[in-house]
Design a protein around this ligand. Sequence first.
Ligand code: DNO
Length: 390
Amino acid sequence: MRENWRWYGGYDPISLAEIRQTGAQDIVTALHEIPYGQVWPTDAIAARKAQITEAGFGWTVVESLPVHERIKTGSGDLDPLFANYRQSMANLAENGVKTICYNFMPLLDWTRTDLAAPVTSGATCLRFDAVRMAAFEVHMLGRHEAEAEYSTEVLAKAGAWFQRSTDAERDALLASIMAGLPGAFDRYDVDGLRTVLKTYEGIDRDALRQNYRRFLQEVVPTAEELGMQFCVHPDDPPRDILGLPRIVSNGDDLDWIMAAYDSPSNGVTLCSGSLGANPANDVVAIAEKLADRIHFAHLRNVHKDPDGSFEEAEHLGGDTDMVALIKVLLDAQSKRQAAGEPSFEIPFRPDHGHHMLSDLDRDLIPGYPLIGRMRGLAEIRGVIKGLSHV
Ligand code: DNO
């Protein structure tokens, strides 16, 4: 397996020189500065690649080449958006970047209610708290339909939290929920969010699936021609949110996507932390089933609470059996090597990490610390070495 590290380019307070010391082999990045829907120019990709290569890394995975909201809502003339997407793909392929991670989450990417929840070790982690999410949806956003999605107990606690919270605490909650899109991104205030949620009125799960199928039909043939691999990132958390449908949340959803355009170029980013946040998901079994379509892996772990809350655990801690999962990935890799791709290695990255030690003194991107991820990478590296030892 190939060790990757996510780097946010000019937005990242962590330098490539620091990343070198983690031992990671390749960088995963994106041209975060380019607004969604526009073409990524060849020269900008080449310049980023040169910067990465000069620092001693390879760059083969892009995360993400974002899918414009209008493609997800199926509104307006989509041909120019698809044409731009295909052009960006061609420009990336020309520079040797051939694996594309993307997601199909309406409006929000990953969502947390607390970006620095304390863990007992003294570090901090990302947390999704059902009570705070309910407080946000019902009391701050005024989305009363959400009451049907939470237990009476969670709703009662949410009401109590809202009553006693200060303006600063409510602002911090909004900021946490909006934080999922580092780089070039839109953030909304409560009114802005209410307005933008209207763009999804009338779009249910089936409609979103139809728009997704169309997207695959428009881009996967180009991926095949260019020898590229698409890998969808699961919804995080893997459930509907803010009344928006989510269609990449479990094994059945992923099966539907694989069948919607049946091609080896249409694959999955196996994100153990995203899938693992739903107690109904057996991440190891999902990975086993999708083995030949896993083009990229995000390895991290979560602890779940019965009320639907979860927080990010140590990479080898938490509810998912990370060693069993890595074994599945190594087996999948061996099969693909034997089946005609002798040098194939599944690229993976240590996903997120606790902010710990000197991370706590720096202003880093939430979930993307230096020391916490280096610890995760080192632990995963040890598991891979151990399992590969003959
Ligand atoms: C969170 C990430 C996601 C991921 C995108 C892929 O930290 O795993 O933001 O990059 O969803 O499109």
